[in-house]
Design a protein around this ligand. Structure first.
Ligand SMILES: Cc1ncc(COP(=O)(O)O)c(C=O)c1O
Length: 464
């Protein structure tokens, strides 16, 4: 651990770097921006390490986010020959970076220890312009069975072949012939998301090992991408909306290193996703989307591969649905192997965009209510390929209420003794609540998707 030394900011020559454009300039500005940014980051890490009033913590996060954005903007602008207007903007951003540094200093009341320091941007990072090549006119291509096979090979030794565990109690409860739980919460990082994230990051690493990555998720996908990026030693920015809970933010921050930074942007996940796409379009970094991507879906499809390998007689699969990447992947494989298989998706009634699409055909954003099942909550991108894939592959969408989700969690804890997060329990909840019809004699695989449940959510469902 290092000591933060107070910086003499005035030494940087502000008000304004001394005629930088005449003194060959771009490099000087770059160095100045990096130096301010590193100082801000160090101050920020030092402040985070200590107990502070909530208002201060909030302020620190905001300042840090703005500083990171300025740094990106400066990096990007300096990569091109700058026009006078762009120069003026860079100088403004530099001034703002310096002001943020001073404010950070005010918030810090003395030296303290700091965490990892980000590596300076390598020259190649500044020179390159990356973007997802995997789109046709901005729309991702559709996944194929060959993609799923390639994903299986890439995931060997990385994701677990999870157990498909018999649940005689659930079968008896609902009157099905056989019910088995596909235990995806046992994956490393605590959710199936590790499959799609690792597959996508591995595909990028094969063609652009030097690329920077960006993703948008405060939950299971963000954590899975952070683990995948670390495995390939790739740079990553995880974008998170400001409405994220403190608990989730802290959990994500645990993955921060010199190569992985968490950045607050916009209000919610929808804003964070839009910003990630913008950075991909601008060539700043390659976006690793949570569901709207052929390689992500192909990775999630390996859940379906394992179910049918282990249990060729399964004739119903029940899957929680958020953006629809998991169910689309499972459907892609399962319907190719057994076209008669019945695929059922479950959403919370507070956040039902895919259910509504099945009812009305609409892909319009809709109001999202509060739900415990935060992993699947939110709207689906208008251009997502999962709308079409789900319409082709999914037989039925059903909804569950909040008390039914809580009931599903309690059942999982008290009968098979499994800790599941609310989003992961949607299939069990739908079965217990009788939301799925015609289950007599069915051989049902129910995918339990994750175990990342905050302590307060868990406490709220347990009897007092
Ligand atoms: C625990 C859990 N289950 C299910 C899902 C739904 O996956 P998808 O968005 O691919 O539909 C998610 C999504 O993040 C999740 O975190």
């Amino acid at each position: 651990m290092q000591q933060v030394q107070p910086r003499e900011w005035h030494k940087f020559g502000f008000g304004g770097p001394p005629e930088p454009w005449e003194h060959g300039a771009q490099r000087d500005l770059d160095r100045l921006a990096t130096s301010y940014y590193l100082d801000i980051l160090q101050s920020c890490q030092a402040i985070r390490g200590r107990p502070r009033p909530a208002t201060d913590s909030h302020r620190v996060e905001e300042l840090y986010t703005t500083a990171t954005r300025h740094k990106h903007e400066i990096d990007y602008t300096l990569r091109h020959p700058a026009t006078p207007a762009e120069r003026a903007r860079v100088e403004d951003w530099l001034r703002s970076l310096m002001r943020i540094g001073l404010l950070m200093r005010e918030l810090m009341d003395g030296p303290s220890t700091i965490g990892p320091t980000p590596e300076p941007m390598p020259a190649a990072w500044r020179a390159a312009r990356w973007r997802s090549a995997d789109t046709l006119g901005g729309v991702p291509r559709l996944p194929t069975l060959a993609d799923v096979n390639a994903a299986r090979t890439r995931l060997r030794g990385i994701s677990l072949h999870t157990p498909l565990e018999r649940s005689p109690e659930l079968a008896q409860e609902v009157g099905a012939a056989d019910v088995r739980l596909k235990r995806e919460e046992l994956q490393p990082t605590g959710a199936f998301k590790t499959r799609g994230a690792h597959n996508k990051v591995a595909v990028i690493a094969e063609s652009h090992p030097e690329a920077a990555l960006v993703t948008a998720s405060s939950g299971n996908h963000g954590i899975a991408v952070a683990a995948a990026a670390a495995r390939h030693d790739m740079r990553l920015t995880v974008l998170v909306g400001r409405s994220v809970s403190q608990a989730k933010l802290e959990r994500l921050r645990a993955y921060e290193t010199g190569r992985c930074t968490v950045e607050l942007t916009g209000n919610d996940t929808d804003d964070a996703e839009a910003e990630a796409r913008r950075r991909d379009d601008a060539g700043h970094a390659i976006y690793v989307p949570p569901y709207n991507d052929a390689d992500v879906i192909a990775g999630q499809a390996t859940v379906g591969v394992e179910i049918l390998e282990d249990w060729p007689d399964a004739d119903v699969i029940v899957v929680p649905v958020g953006g629809g990447g998991l169910i689309a992947g499972i459907g892609l494989w399962a319907k190719a192997i057994n076209p008669g298989l019945r695929l059922i998706g479950v959403q919370p009634s507070a956040s039902p965009p895919m259910y509504a699409h099945f009812e009305t055909g609409s892909t319009e954003p809709m109001p999202i209510g509060p739900t415990m099942a935060d992993g699947v909550a939110g709207n689906i991108e208008r251009t997502s390929i999962t709308w079409k894939l789900c319409r082709q592959l999914v037989d039925e969408m059903v909804l569950v209420e909040e008390d039914e989700i809580a009931n599903g969690m309690r059942w999982a804890l008290s009968v098979p003794h499994i800790l599941l997060e609310p989003s992961a329990v949607l299939g069990i909840a739908a079965l217990l609540a009788g939301r799925i019809g015609s289950v007599d004699d069915a051989r049902m695989a129910v995918v339990t998707t994750g175990r990342n449940v905050p302590a307060d959510t868990l406490a709220s469902i347990l009897p007092a």
